[in-house]
Design a protein around this ligand. Structure first.
Ligand code: AMP
Length: 126
């Protein structure tokens, strides 16, 4: 197991394949540190996934093992995506699922960026 409690990074995961250009995605942003694309099953008018370019399974191993430059670059990229999508006003929500209880399905760190409508106070556990 990695530091994240997930299995070692799997190069065949779907987001790794999107990063390599093997699978199409509706890309909205890319820089040195991150790629952003529309979620295939959107749960809000804007639902974008932002992923780091490095091989990190989850927030757990990213926060523990990524370099300061990777972390700063990724966080800035998330902010850039939201800004470029025009979501800073009236606002948006960020969500990163981690591991089993977090409901993480794809084992490459991704931040969900939701916006385009009032999102309520919190997610449900359903
Ligand atoms: P999570 O449960 O946090 O791991 O979320 C994984 C997300 O990836 C879900 O919201 C899926 O709809 C989304 N997803 C899965 N496959 C693709 C794909 N090929 N392109 C875009 N989004 C995807």
């Amino acid at each position: 197991m990695t530091v994240s409690g997930l299995p070692p990074y799997d190069d065949t995961n779907i987001f790794a394949r999107i990063l390599r250009g093997e699978i199409p995605a509706k890309r909205v942003y890319e820089d040195e540190w991150a790629l952003a694309f529309h979620d295939i099953a959107p749960q809000a008018p804007n639902h974008v996934l932002v992923i780091p370019k490095g091989k990190y399974c989850s927030f757990a191993d990213f926060s523990a093992a990524a370099s300061d430059a990777e972390i700063a670059g990724f966080i800035r990229a998330v902010g850039n995506v939201a800004r470029e999508l025009g979501l800073e006003e009236p606002g948006y929500r960020l969500l990163a699922n981690m591991g089993n209880h977090g409901g993480q399905e794809v084992p490459h760190l991704h931040v969900h960026l939701f916006g385009g409508r009032f999102l309520g106070r919190m997610i449900s556990a359903g």
